[in-house]
Design a protein around this ligand. Structure first.
Ligand code: ZN
Length: 423
């Protein structure tokens, strides 16, 4: 009888142990806190547990009276927002505790981290800016910030223009554009400065922009052009209309994106240009921001904007660098054919497209008027000409402004001189 009782007891113990080990959640909840040093008003703690979360608490600076708890009600993931806006700026320690839903044996986790609270937007002074500009054109701005900032840029609608900064990170110079597609009423360029804690200051740049009209052009597309270019640029069969649209829309968009990303990727260096930009010789055939309607057998089949200046001179004429700079890109790109991109510093680049020959390689320094290649008709070009474009950051701008020494001195270089003088 005694043996039977012992055996029974053993069965109960084993079964009970098995029950506990099955139902018991051995895993402690996970707590994640942002891995930043500076915060500006709140910290979001992410807690999670496979079997569901129970009570989640936080307390600040080791003070139990600051402890505040919520019940996550068995959620697998719970986001706890800890509002710090009532605290004084400075160093604070935050601790999070999280328990899981297990009634019998709740598992608890706890995590502490120190943060520097900073609720004050960065100070910034607009030191100088170009007074007048035109739609499609460029302007410059110089800003000083007493503290080192992480992020400063000019914002124009959806466009962003980066700055170059002095070694201390306290003075900043940027060239920005009035992109041709930003309507006059919508043109409100601002400098946006974000500090390490995420506080933002916005300064309105008072530059006044003048509206202008851009050319409208009708282009008749010959079937022979489509057929010869389809062989060069596409490896596809279809009607001439389909083929043309494939080149003029998809290939154009992809080519523009490639050049834009190359301009964005160009190293942030100080302006290298030596005076006015050189204009390659030849007759102007198309202007910046020409609006083109494409006709095939008198049918309107497409519309596009032309973002450069077309210059036609002698066939395979030598093409010269517009100014001192560094070659960032030299390769065949879709509609541009063989092309070269030069970084002149200050986030200004120039593009030379449709070349028959490229004489430079990426990384090469070039000087103003140095021969870099020969003109041609590679890519989307009906005849031998140079497609020349100027970019501020990744935005194509009116290239002719940069050929005008008075404009360059008064609108751009004067602001840059102010920036340099205070370095
Ligand atoms: Zn062109």
């Amino acid at each position: 009888m005694k043996r039977m009782l012992l055996f029974f007891l053993l069965i109960v113990l084993v079964a009970g142990g098995a029950f506990i080990s099955i139902t018991r959640d051995w895993q402690t909840p996970e707590i994640k806190l942002p891995d930043t040093k500076y915060v500006n008003h709140e910290v979001i703690a992410m807690t999670s547990d496979n079997r569901g979360l129970g009570e989640i608490c936080y307390y600040l600076d080791g003070k139990s009276e600051s402890k505040s708890c919520v019940h996550a009600g068995g959620a697998a993931v719970y986001e706890l927002k800890v509002d710090l806006s009532s605290l004084a700026d400075g160093e604070h320690e935050m601790c999070i505790t999280a328990a899981d839903e297990n009634q019998m044996f709740p598992n608890k986790a706890n995590l502490c981290r120190a943060y520097t609270l900073d609720k004050v937007p960065p100070k910034a002074v607009l030191e100088a800016a170009t007074r007048y500009m035109q739609r499609g054109g460029a302007a410059a701005v110089f800003v000083s910030t007493p503290e080192r900032e992480t992020d400063i840029q000019v914002i124009v609608g959806d466009y962003q223009f980066p700055f170059i900064s002095n070694a201390e990170g306290t003075r900043h110079f940027a060239i920005f554009a009035h992109p041709h597609d930003i309507e006059m009423a919508a043109f409100k360029p601002v400098v946006q400065i974000k500090d390490l804690a995420g506080n933002t200051r916005r300064l309105l740049i008072g530059t006044i922009s003048k509206d202008r009209t851009f050319n409208k052009d009708n282009l008749n597309v010959p079937h022979s052009f489509i057929e010869s270019k389809a062989l060069e640029m596409l490896n596809k069969e279809g009607s001439d209309k389909e083929t043309f649209l494939e080149m003029n829309r998809n290939l154009r968009a992809a080519s523009q994106a490639k050049i834009r990303s190359a301009t964005s990727a160009a190293e942030a260096i100080a302006p290298m240009w030596q005076g006015v930009f050189y204009r390659n010789a030849g007759a102007p055939k198309a202007q910046y921001a020409d609006h083109r309607t494409y006709l095939l057998d008198n049918e309107k089949i497409d519309q596009q904007t032309h973002f450069g200046l077309d210059i036609a001179g002698l066939a395979t004429m030598p093409i010269r660098a517009a100014n001192d700079g560094v070659v960032t890109f030299a390769d065949y790109v879709g509609i541009y054919g063989n092309c070269i991109l030069i970084n002149h510093g200050g986030h200004v680049s120039t593009l030379y497209a449709h070349l028959s020959q490229i004489d430079v390689t990426p990384g090469t320094s070039v000087t103003k008027e140095q021969v870099i290649g020969r003109s041609g008709n590679t890519g989307m070009a009906g005849g031998d000409h140079l497609h020349y474009a100027t970019y501020v950051a990744d935005v194509p701008v009116e290239p002719t402004e940069w050929f005008d020494s008075f404009w360059l001195k008064s609108r751009i270089d004067a602001i840059y001189s102010d920036f340099k003088a205070t370095e």
